[in-house]
Design a protein around this ligand. Structure first.
Ligand SMILES: *Cc1c(COP(=O)(O)O)cnc(C)c1O
Length: 464
């Protein structure tokens, strides 16, 4: 299996080179040359596998044997040893048609741990095997940063710098990132929003001399390894459901920001998981809802919501979807992305919108609706949702219930991470110990302006 770019100007590369490249060197996103197919029989033969064993099978379809089986197995085992649930990602049944896949039992209590614990270990492995310098640079709306830092702090041969929007992440997210005292970690708190942080990161990665001089590596969902790791739990959730219930296919509802998680679902579907509808849940930053429902992809005013990890306008993985939507035609992708850059928006024809809606449906959740969903699920099921997971549930309630077949709604964070919203409802929760202990630790971070030059200077003195 080789990997290419959505813009068509990266020569086919192998798995580890793809992992190290992150963003395509032509500015596009990396995708597999062909998506491997898993037929129904093979899929069924995986029904009893643990999440870890399933991940080994799925990754083996992509790694070209570049990582010996025993090493890949050990990397996977190590990555999930710190998850507190024996099932790693437990599937909880709320009623006949609704199941919640809990993705938040990792070290930083958000779904990002599923991919990033593995990527941290893989970077350490590659650093050793290939004697590569690994300088990780990423932007975060809160959870990616915490998770990536946790996955590599203190590891030899790796440095990590994370940009987060100053004051626009939850208290726990900020503490998870900034209380890590290891010298291989630098937190930059940027006076701007997440899109500003992501924009600067993209520019730095697109500056090829800078990227290669400082050996920049990506952990954001521009990295295809992250997408692939996340696709595994769509297989897992499907196979965890009893065969008679999943027989006609399964729907998923996905709290969405950067389009990474839902794109992983799209990939799983293309690989052969019988997924019926992928319901994209957004908050009030609903560019993707407008794209799917109206065929207009256009950033609008940024809003702060109860679900800050979804406060995103320009979604990185949109381009990957566009690539498949346009029939894997990289010239057409390049033309549309250039048009987007020039005009600040893309418009799709009614025929195109109809085709988009065969892949995806969408629902934007208001702040009030997010809170009322948390309230009603606490009352009805005694189940406390975090505000991101609540958006997924609200989308299921509104857009999803007319679909046939069972629904799996992805729970992307632990409620303790977003106590600000939970407290507005007068609900008191007990924090897990790993969160409670953060409040007493000293913080380390550097506040910087939303300016590429200033940030590049910080990097130049931190990365060696
Ligand atoms: C990152 C994140 C999301 C959004 O996921 P994307 O892959 O960016 O679409 C949703 N919920 C939580 C809790 C997150 O951390």
């Amino acid at each position: 299996m080789n990997f290419i770019s959505t813009r068509g100007k990266v020569a086919p590369i192998g798995f580890i080179d793809m992992f190290l490249m992150g963003l395509g060197e032509d500015g596009g996103l990396i995708v597999p040359e062909t998506i491997p197919a898993v037929d129904a029989e093979q899929l069924e033969s995986w029904a009893k596998l643990s999440f870890q064993d399933l991940m080994f099978e799925v990754f083996s379809l992509y790694t070209n044997g570049e990582i010996p089986d025993a090493d890949l197995k050990r990397l996977i085992q190590d990555s999930y040893a710190g998850f507190t649930s024996p099932d790693v990602l437990p599937l909880t049944t709320l009623n006949d048609s609704l199941h919640v896949l809990e993705l938040f039992h990792g070290p930083t209590f958000a779904f990002k741990d599923v991919a990033l614990q593995f990527m941290g270990n893989l970077y350490a492995y590659v650093a050793k095997q290939r004697n590569e310098i690994i300088n990780i640079l990423g932007a975060t709306s809160g959870d990616t940063g915490a998770s990536a830092i946790s996955s590599v702090s203190g590891k030899e041969g790796i440095r990590i710098c994370i940009l987060h929007p100053n004051g626009k992440v939850s208290r726990v997210q900020e503490l998870q990132m900034t209380t890590v005292q290891d010298d291989n970690v630098l937190n930059l708190a940027v006076n701007g929003n997440f899109d500003d942080c992501q924009g600067i990161i993209k520019e730095l990665f697109a500056d090829l001399p800078f990227k290669s001089k400082y050996h920049l590596r990506a952990i954001n969902s521009i990295n295809f390894v992250r997408i692939l790791a996340q696709s595994v739990y769509y297989f897992y959730a499907y196979l965890q459901l009893p065969a008679n219930i999943r027989a006609g296919g399964v729907n998923f509802s996905i709290p969405t920001g950067n389009f990474g998680n839902i794109f992983s679902g799209y990939l799983a579907k293309r690989m052969g998981v019988p997924i019926k509808q992928l319901v994209l849940a957004t908050n009030e930053n609903n560019i993707l809802e407008r794209f799917i429902n109206e065929g207009v992809y256009k950033p609008e005013g940024f809003r702060m919501t109860h679900s800050p990890s979804m406060d995103i306008q320009v979604a990185s993985n949109f381009e990957r979807y566009l690539y498949y939507f346009l029939g894997e035609d990289s010239a057409a992708v390049t033309a549309r992305m250039e048009q987007f850059k020039a005009e600040g928006q893309l418009t799709f024809s009614p025929e195109e919108v109809a085709r988009i809606q065969q892949d995806l449906s969408a629902y934007g959740v208001s702040n009030d609706e997010c809170l009322s969903t948390i309230r009603s699920y606490q009352d009805r099921y005694g189940y406390l949702l975090d505000p991101h997971s609540a958006c997924g549930i609200a989308a299921y309630e509104s857009a999803g219930q007319q679909e046939d077949g069972p629904f799996v709604s992805l729970a992307t964070a632990h409620p303790a991470k977003f106590d600000e919203a939970i407290r507005l409802l007068g609900i008191e929760q007990r924090f897990p110990e790993r969160i409670q202990e953060l409040f007493d630790k000293p913080q380390r971070q550097v506040v910087v302006d939303n300016a590429k030059a200033e940030i590049a200077k910080q990097l130049e003195s931190f990365f060696v």
